[in-house]
Design a protein around this ligand. Structure first.
Ligand SMILES: Nc1ncnc2c1ncn2[C@@H]1O[C@H](COP(=O)(O)OP(=O)(O)OP(=O)(O)O)[C@@H](O)[C@H]1O
Length: 223
């Protein structure tokens, strides 16, 4: 498969009442990339992540996933998503929530052990049998991190993954995400206001009023 995972050309996204969330965004995500998406609140970071993940469609321009396959094959196997508000199923335990992608794919046998090991690595082993209502906001956010990584996707899209965590837990959890991806060719794109998180990424996309106003380092300097 191609090492170019995603190519966005001239992406625009308009909503009703004349809200323009994205304007003419050109972007490429290569295998192994580490990209922080930064910019003020309302600058379009979440909207862009949703489009990169195939959850939303652009109203202008185009998006393709040459290294990931057809749009209906993307999630959860090829793309893992961590949302701003973790969306765990209330009737399922932590173990079941994280194992759900495997269940849906008919891979019951691999689910249990893989998920338990991942939960342990995030320091969440003791929460395996708890329901979402028994978890704090930060614990739920960390469980959602594990779920996004569980199927070893080639692209992880994370929207404010440390937003509900204290600084020590944020650092530990983000370190664990990076450790889990180490040695793989998976790409990670993180929208964040947390400078400590952004500083860990090799590439920085800066958004402003729906535009991708800077890519640093310049694309030809990036692997
Ligand atoms: N479903 C929607 N309907 C209408 N407007 C929307 C919708 N989703 C986003 N917007 C608008 O699009 C713009 C960009 O929003 P977006 O959530 O992408 O910004 P953001 O950079 O992620 O912000 P934050 O840092 O606060 O999460 C905002 O003006 C927002 O109000």
């Amino acid at each position: 498969m191609s090492d170019t995972l995603v190519v966005g050309k001239g992406i625009g996204r308009s909503f009703q009442r004349g809200v323009v969330a994205l304007r003419d965004v050109h972007c490429t995500i290569s295998a192994g990339a580490r990209i922080a998406v930064v910019g003020p609140s309302g600058s379009g970071k979440t909207t862009l992540l949703h489009i990169l993940g195939g959850l939303d469609r652009p109203t202008a321009g185009s998006i393709e996933w040459p290294g990931l396959g057809r749009i209906d094959e993307l999630r959860p196997r090829r793309i893992g998503m961590m949302f701003q508000s973790p969306s765990l199923f209330p009737a399922l335990t932590t173990l079941q929530n994280v194992g759900l992608p495997f269940m849906l794919a008919g891979e019951h046998s691999t689910a249990g052990s893989t998920v338990k090991v991942l939960l342990e690595s995030f320091g969440l082993g003791e929460l395996a049998d708890k329901l979402p209502e028994e978890l704090s906001g930060g614990q739920s956010q960390r469980v959602a991190m594990v779920r996004a990584l569980a199927m070893r996707p080639r692209l992880v899209l994370a929207d404010e993954p440390t937003g509900q965590l204290d600084s020590i837990t944020a650092q530990f959890s983000f370190d664990t995400v990076l450790e889990q991806l180490e040695g793989t060719d998976a790409a990670l794109v993180v929208a964040t206001h947390d400078e400590a998180v952004a500083a860990r990424m090799a590439t920085r996309w800066t958004m402003d009023h729906g535009r991708l106003v800077s890519v640093w380092p310049r694309p030809e300097a990036v692997r």
